[in-house]
Design a protein around this ligand. Structure first.
Ligand code: FAD
Length: 397
C-alpha cells in the first residue's frame, strides 16, 4: 500500500512522524522537506544559535540515526509542487510522483516581505530559516548600524543579539509600542525599557518610506523623513502561512489551511497541522492559527492520531516564550478580549506576572522571569478553574 506522506519537515512534520510510529503505524512513512537539513528547531535561530552558542547538531530535532531506527524516510531538499487529491498523488519539483494513503500538510510559514522601495537591496534580510543565518552573521560582522523593521518577537530578539554584539541598533515599529499584538502595555513598556537600557533606540508609531542605498542598503527613511543609518536591515514584519499547495488542490484556506477540530481538511485523507493550519477552537469560540512550538507539537500529535483513526479534538491552552538578553517572557493562554489586568510582583524587581481577565475569567498570564507563575497559569487555564486573582499565582521565581 501507499505510504503515509508528510509535506514539510519542520517541527510539526517531525512530531507527526514520531507520533505515527509511537501509535503503532508500521507502514511506509515519508517526510518531505524543501530545506536541505534534517528537521531542526527554529527558536534558537534568533537566540542561542544566532549568537554562536549552539552548534548545528544541537539545532537538529533528531539525529539521522533516529530516522534510520524509526524507519522514517526523510527526503530533504525536496519540494512538493502539486497535490491531486482524487488520485491520492503528490507531484515533486523534479516531476516525479508519489502516491499516498494519508497526507499531512505541515508547510509552516514564510517571512512576510515589505512592499517598499529598496527592499531588494543587499543587506536587507529576513530571519526564518537556517539559510538566513550566514548572511545575517556576515552582515553583523561588517556593519556598525543595524535597523530592524518590526517590533514583534523576532525583531526584539534580534535587537537583543545585535545590541549584545555591540552594534548600534534601532527598532522601527509602526504601532505605538513593541509586541503590541500579543501583550498588554505594561509588558511592552517593560521590554522597551530593557532594550533602551542596553542602548537600543526605538522609533515607535512610525512607518517606513523606503530603504536607501544602492546596491547595498545604507539606511531606512521613515515616513516623516528621518533617516536611520543601517548597513543591515532586518525585516521582521511577521509571517504568512504557506498555503499554495493546499489552495492549488482546491482545499479551503481561511487564514491558514482550514482543518476541523481533528486536523482534517475537507479532502479525504488530507490533514494539516502547525503554523500553516487554522482550526476551530471551542475554548476560544473562533478559528485560530497559532505560530508556536506548542502548537506545532500538540497539533501534529492530534493530526497523527487522526491519521491512524484515533481522532481527538485539538483545543489547547496555547503557550509561548521569548528570550531577550537574560529576560524570559512566558505567555500562557490568549489575552484577546481582556477587560482588565492585574500585576503580581514588582516589575522593577525584574520578575513579575501579569494576568488578563474578562470579568472574573482568567484569560492569560504573561510571566517575566517567573517560570513558576507560568506553569501554574497553564494548569489553571487547562482546568478552566474560576479565577481567584493573581495573588493565587505562585510568586515569581
Ligand atoms: P516550520 O517549522 O516552518 O516547518 C515547515 C517546513 O515545511 C519548512 O521547512 C518549509 O520549508 C517546508 N515546506 C513548505 N512548503 C513545502 C513544500 N511544498 N515541499 C516541501 N517542504 C515544504 N515559537 C515558540 O513557541 N517560541 C519561540 O521562542 C519561537 N521563536 C522563533 C524564532 C524564530 C526566528 C522563528 C522563525 C520562529 C520561532 N518560533 C517560536 C515559532 C516556531 O518555530 C514555529 O511555530 C514552528 O517552527 C512551526 O513549525 P511548523 O512545522 O508548523 O513549520
Amino acid at each position: 500500500t501507499a505510504p503515509f506522506l508528510i509535506i514539510g519537515a519542520g517541527q510539526a512534520g517531525l512530531k507527526a512522524a514520531e507520533t505515527l510510529r509511537h501509535a503503532g503505524y508500521d507502514g511506509d512513512l515519508v517526510l518531505i522537506g524543501d530545506e536541505p537539513q534534517l528537521p531542526y528547531q527554529r527558536p534558537p535561530l534568533s537566540k542561542a544559535y544566532l549568537k554562536g552558542e549552539m552548534d548545528d547538531e544541537r539545532l537538529l530535532l533528531r539525529p539521522q540515526a533516529y530516522f534510520d531506527t524509526a524507519s522514517i524516510e526523510v527526503r530533504a531538499g525536496t519540494c512538493a509542487v502539486r497535490i491531486d487529491p482524487a488520485a491520492h498523488r503528490v507531484e515533486l519539483a523534479d516531476g516525479s510522483r508519489l502516491a499516498y494513503r494519508r497526507l499531512l500538510l505541515a508547510t509552516g510559514t514564510r517571512a512576510r516581505q515589505l512592499p517598499i522601495a529598496g527592499a531588494d537591496r543587499a543587506g536587507v534580510l529576513t530571519l526564518r530559516t537556517i539559510a538566513d543565518i550566514a548572511p545575517i552573521r556576515a552582515a553583523l560582522d561588517a556593519v556598525e548600524d543595524v535597523a530592524i523593521i518590526g517590533g514583534g518577537y523576532i525583531g526584539m530578539e534580534f535587537a537583543a543579539v545585535a545590541a549584545d554584539f555591540g552594534r548600534r541598533v534601532t527598532v522601527i515599529e509602526a504601532r505605538p509600542r513593541v509586541l503590541e499584538r500579543s501583550v498588554a502595555p505594561q509588558i511592552s513598556a517593560w521590554f522597551e525599557a530593557l532594550h533602551r537600557a542596553r542602548g537600543v533606540r526605538l522609533a515607535l508609531g512610525t512607518g517606513v518610506a523606503r530603504i536607501l542605498g544602492d546596491p547595498a542598503a545604507t539606511g531606512v527613511e521613515l515616513a516623516d523623513g528621518t533617516i536611520i543609518p543601517a548597513g543591515l536591515v532586518l525585516v521582521a514584519v511577521g509571517a504568512e502561512p504557506v498555503t499554495g499547495l493546499a489552495a492549488g488542490a482546491g482545499l479551503a484556506v481561511d487564514d491558514g489551511i482550514a482543518v476541523d477540530a481533528c486536523c482534517r481538511t475537507a479532502a479525504p485523507d488530507i490533514y494539516a497541522a502547525g503554523d500553516c493550519a487554522s482550526f476551530p477552537s471551542a475554548r476560544y469560540g473562533r478559528r485560530l492559527r497559532l505560530e508556536s512550538v506548542q502548537n506545532a507539537v500538540d497539533q501534529a500529535r492530534a493530526a497523527a492520531a487522526a491519521m491512524v483513526g484515533d481522532a481527538v479534538a485539538y483545543d489547547p491552552v496555547p503557550w509561548f516564550w521569548s528570550d531577550q538578553y537574560d529576560a524570559k517572557l512566558q505567555i500562557a493562554g490568549l489575552s484577546t478580549g481582556y477587560d482588565r489586568t492585574e500585576i503580581d510582583g514588582d516589575p522593577d524587581s525584574g520578575s513579575f506576572a501579569l494576568a488578563y481577565y474578562a470579568g472574573d475569567r482568567l484569560l492569560a498570564v504573561d510571566a517575566v522571569n517567573a517560570p513558576r507563575a507560568h506553569m501554574l497559569a497553564r494548569r489553571t487555564l487547562a482546568a478552566d478553574a474560576p479565577a481567584s486573582g493573581p495573588a493565587s499565582l505562585a510568586r515569581a521565581g
